[in-house]
Ligand binder design. Sequence first.
Ligand code: ZN
Length: 174
Amino acid sequence: MTKCIFLDRDGVLVKSVLRNGQLDAPFNLAEFEIVKDAPDAVTNFKKLGYLCIVISNQPGISLGQISQTEVELMNQKLLAQLLLDDIYICPHSHLENCECQKPKIGLFLKAIQRWEIDPKISFMIGDRDTDIQAAKKVGCRSILITGGDDSGLTEPDFYATSLTEAVLVVAQNS
Ligand SMILES: [Zn+2]
């Protein structure tokens, strides 16, 4: 069994885009910007012996705002610049009631099975309440990156103001 850092994408590894006063996903590669300290943070998680796996809701795919091609290009860019092991994307809108949109844990269960992950020694890093809720259901520890839209309705195990700070939290609790 191995340990894993589950990473939310937008607002954690990639900058959220301000659209109509709300933080949103980038819709295309032109809006896609990797957070400055993300490459080093992922490298440090790997050095600490963790798999690094992205779990991201992208309802814009189902809603026709993001094309499958753009998502593939974004995934390629992430894999080229960050030492990630895998990327799991939920393409559905909330209307579809799928099993994979966070806070549901369908994508986590897939990753856990595929990579033989032990949730108890793993972490989820996210900026939204849905990430923290999912972590609790999965049974891993959670780190909330502050500054997201959600006010932290669910108490995370740890807070961090940046990915660099999240690395310290993980290092101190490994
Ligand atoms: Zn889904």
